[in-house]
Design a protein around this ligand. Sequence first.
Ligand code: HEM
Length: 181
Amino acid sequence: MKILLVLLALLPLGVAYYQLDNAIDPIKMLYSYTGIGAISLLLLSLAPSTYKRICSINWLRYRKTIGLLAFVYALLHVSIFVALDSEFDFVTIFEKSLKKPFIYVGLIAFIIVLLMALTSFKKLFAKFSKYHKAVYLALALALLHSFWAQKVAGVFEYGIVAVGVVLLGERVWAKMHHNFK
Ligand code: HEM
């Protein structure tokens, strides 16, 4: 089941690769696929505990895999910026980030996702799992970054907000009714 989850999650990258030759702006297309992939998987990583509370279906064992897949997408997204878009030229990176301040918001979100990925392995997770609540901050920052990058919010952004509000709303409700585990 985990292999199926990984294959399904990586499928959009295959589609992006396939569409590269016909893309008008290949770098922008790759930013979209990897950015949307990262934010969607980050949101999906919240679903297993909601599912357990609402439907008593225990998919918590997939949460780490989903979280690590979100990190892989975010890492690819940042690599597009550093390698393809800025060609490892750090002067360009600095100049671009001054013109596109939304990049700093993305950077903070990326650092949170990176630290969560690094501390998701056994010993470190036992020690740092309480800090994994930072996923909410990473999601909010990634959403702000995405809105800001797009200048106009599309169906995707509003969709992420709607799902985010439902998942967060369920958590607040569960906490108020002492059903939060
Ligand atoms: C150092 C960190 C980051 C950098 C440098 C970066 C860079 C960018 C750039 C340049 C764009 C605009 C692309 C364009 O339309 O021209 C963008 C868009 C986007 N980024 Fe990031 N990003 C970073 C972190 C993140 C993270 C951590 C996430 C998600 C978890 C993310 C999600 C997105 C999304 C969803 C979009 C909008 C894509 C679309 O709708 O087309 N970014 N990012």
